[in-house]
Ligand binder design. Structure first.
Ligand code: DHB
Length: 377
């Protein structure tokens, strides 16, 4: 939707083909923390009015462990930039409103989506909708259909290289209409990782690390809040305001990158090409940087007959993807308990947390990556 919106601003038509219903897309709770570059991108795209009204600016996030040990990932101090807590669900609402107002072609509930002729200069996409066969012929196909979508699978396996890491735990997340902690706070604890985040001044988002076989029905709200508070230092736990959950879900954690992000006239963007574990909130932000690079490349090719950006799209996007993939993997290792952690692993992890807390250089490196690398010129 963001790519479609940005292309339209360059006078380029697009058709959005969505497998899910609009109601499903608009109700899903997804990411919520925007890098400085994502905030700027939304402003530049003319989509920031609600974000600037409702979003919560963060000059940094806290990491806590033990009783009273902590440091701040101080993005303001070390990079001069801030993050913004603003939900992907709200961004999606804004995008649908903007595209609808512009009369965009959006086909939801598309079944049996298939890509054809990607090696030719007239690729086309077929799908069925309301029982009717549809066909869209185009110049380019943007594969923005997520990890389970059809786009990546349309690339011959012999031309593709994938890198994958599965983690032996998931995140159990709760959304509740209660005031959040003042800051996004990551907790490392012997019982497992926990995270306090937010969507608005009256909407809190909390997560706890859970076993991979965890079942939602075993986690009524009371048990969740009790476990959450056990994982924060006492003074933080005392400030957590609890209430009924309005959403509760379990997400598995995975790292995945597929290269290249282009095959002929198909360009992958977002989760169709890469998945990161949520620690560090990089997933949505990477989708945004892909869309920035891809919209710029398509505009240069279509409007100015300049294919330089398009030719370099995959390598440019992947440089940023790998930085965030590595960062999310490192932060996941730093803050979670792994079932096979040895006594050495535990001491080394505590030592690393203490080292970061003591070292301005380590704090600066963390802040630079957390706030997000600038987009390449
Ligand atoms: C969320 C926030 C984070 O800081 C993070 O690392 C992962 C997820 C969230 O609010 O959903």
């Amino acid at each position: 939707m963001l790519l479609s919106h940005m292309l339209a601003r360059d006078g380029i038509d697009s058709v959005v083909i969505e497998h899910r219903s609009r109601a499903h897309v608009l109700k899903r709770i997804r990411a919520g923390l925007l890098e400085a570059g994502s905030v700027q991108l939304l402003r530049d795209a003319g989509l920031a009015a609600r974000m600037d009204r409702e979003g919560i600016v963060h000059d940094g996030s806290s990491i806590v462990w033990g009783e009273g040990k902590h440091f701040i990932i101080d993005t303001k101090k070390f990079t001069g930039k801030a993050m913004m807590a603003f939900g992907q669900t709200a961004i999606t609402e804004e995008l649908y409103a903007a595209r609808e107002a512009a009369g965009a072609a959006i086909f939801d509930c598309a079944e049996d989506v298939a890509l054809h002729g990607l090696d030719s200069d007239r690729p086309y996409v077929t799908f069925t909708r309301n029982g009717k066969a549809e066909r869209v012929t185009c110049d380019y196909v943007a594969g923005c259909d997520g990890f389970h979508g059809v786009s990546r699978k349309a690339i011959p396996a012999s031309l593709q290289r994938t890198y994958e890491k599965a983690y032996p735990f998931g995140w159990l997340g709760v959304m509740s209409e209660v005031p959040p902690l003042a800051e996004v706070t990551y907790a490392y604890h012997a019982r497992g990782f926990a995270l306090a985040s937010m969507r608005s001044p009256m909407l809190s988002r909390y997560y706890i690390q859970c076993d991979s076989d965890t079942r939602l029905e075993d986690w009524p709200d009371e048990r969740f809040w009790e476990e959450l508070k056990l994982r924060f230092p006492r003074d933080f736990a005392a400030r957590i305001v609890t209430g009924p959950s309005i959403e509760k879900s379990i997400a598995p954690l995975r790292s995945f990158v597929s290269e290249p992000m282009r095959h002929g006239r198909l360009f992958l963007a977002g989760d169709s090409a890469h998945v990161v574990p949520p620690t560090g909130a990089k997933g949505l932000n990477l989708a945004f940087s892909d869309v920035f690079y891809l919209s710029r490349a398509l505009a240069a090719s279509i409007r100015k007959n300049n294919d330089t950006y398009l030719e370099r799209y995959s390598e440019t996007a992947l440089r940023r993807v790998w930085t965030s993939a590595r960062f999310s993997w490192r932060l996941t290792h730093l803050l979670h308990r792994f079932p096979d952690d040895s006594a050495f692993d535990l001491r080394a992890r505590e030592n690393e947390l203490e080292y970061i807390a003591e070292s301005e250089a380590a704090c600066a490196a963390l802040a630079e990556q957390y706030v997000g690398l600038p987009y390449e010129g």
